[in-house]
Design a protein around this ligand. Structure first.
Ligand code: UDP
Ligand code: MG
Length: 321
């Protein structure tokens, strides 16, 4: 067993979380004495439009172990976490949500696993307290990811709630990628990884800040940045359609040259409007679908090539160097 870590950073991305923050402050302060003496809680304000920044400022003034990064606008959860990872200085770094769905008390258990020698300890959701539709969508997504991505041991049902060793944080921060799907990069990075089960609570207050669109964006970032399977699918479907088209073409050519046997079988040569229109529509659909798939990759390549920063920091409190 390793000794307890010398320092701990906790990263909390916050987007319009004024209703949850007071409870978060209280919950963490109650247990922080069990954490390494040298710890910091880095809250990232991801362009909130409510009182989130004010509350975080007050908290920093009350307790300088609470630090603050204000992003210049809403960049999304993954970018907010990246900003936190970049600023964190702890020997181990934990990532949690601001809405208390990830119990801060559980960080202690993650640290225990780290002491056993794991560099990545991620929390696995035992039960979700969300609607049936969302649960089903998550269930399918994680299994799809596992089957089509190049990541070995992609953990099922684990989000960003995790504890990372300094080594892993340094690696992740150094990735030049802009479309970040952190739980994928985390799994991809290798090292010694393990999961610990926990019960995911319901959101403490307020509405989920991940809208359906944002979730869809996150899911497609995960899929497209870790798998070439959708592109390969285009080749397979193309190949199959070409094969059947060739068979069909052969049939019609033969029918044209030797109409006799076909007529005897009761297959007259008809001006085939229906067959033509169905074929055209079908092929049009397949082509558009895969143009879309190519577009997904192209769009990501475009973003990466532009090389714009993943987020912009407007202000830092307690983190000035
Ligand atoms: N969040 C963020 N930026 C966003 C959306 C969400 O920083 O654009 C934060 C949010 O404040 C919360 C965490 O990401 O701390 C998870 O968001 P949410 O609870 O809405 O997601 P869910 O738990 O429903 O997956
Ligand atoms: Mg939540």
């Amino acid at each position: 067993m390793k000794e307890s870590p010398k320092s701990l950073s906790v990263i909390v991305p916050c987007y319009n979380e004024e209703d949850s923050l007071p409870a978060l402050f209280a919950r963490i302060e109650k247990i922080a004495q069990d954490w390494p003496e040298q710890h910091e809680v880095i809250c990232i304000d991801d362009g909130s439009r409510d009182r989130t920044v004010d509350l975080l400022r007050e908290q920093h003034a009350r307790n300088p172990q609470w630090k603050l990064i204000v992003l210049s606008r809403n960049f999304g959860h993954q970018s907010a976490v990246s900003a936190g990872l970049e600023a964190a200085s702890g020997e181990v770094v934990a990532i949690i949500d601001a809405d208390l769905q990830d119990p801060p008390e559980f960080i202690q258990e993650l640290i225990e696993k780290w002491r056993e020698g794991f560099e990545v300890v991620y929390a696995v959701r035992k039960k979700r307290k969300e609607g049936i539709f969302k649960r089903a969508a998550y269930y399918c997504f994680y299994r799809l990811m596992k089957s089509v991505t190049e990541i070995e041991n992609f953990p099922l049902d684990s989000g960003d709630f995790s504890l990372l060793d300094r080594k892993v944080v340094d690696t992740l921060v150094a990735f030049p990628e802009k479309n970040r799907f952190l739980r994928g990069l985390r799994a991809w990075s290798g090292f010694r990884q393990t999961g610990v089960e926990y019960e995911r609570s319901a959101r403490f207050a307020g509405e989920p800040k991940y809208t359906f669109r944002k979730l869809l964006g996150l899911a497609s970032d995960g899929l497209f940045s870790f798998s070439g399977v959708p592109l390969r699918l285009a080749s397979y479907v193309g190949l199959m359609v070409s094969f059947f088209s060739a068979l069909g073409a052969l049939f019609f050519v033969v029918q044209k040259i030797y109409p006799g046997p076909f007529q005897a079988m009761g297959l007259p040569i008809v001006p085939g409007f229906a067959a033509t229109i169905v074929t055209i529509l079908f092929l049009g659909g397949v082509q558009l679908l895969f143009l879309g798939v190519i577009g997904e990759y192209l769009n990501r390549i475009y973003t990466e090539v532009k090389g714009r920063p993943e987020f912009l920091v407007a202000e830092k409190l307690g983190l000035e160097k």
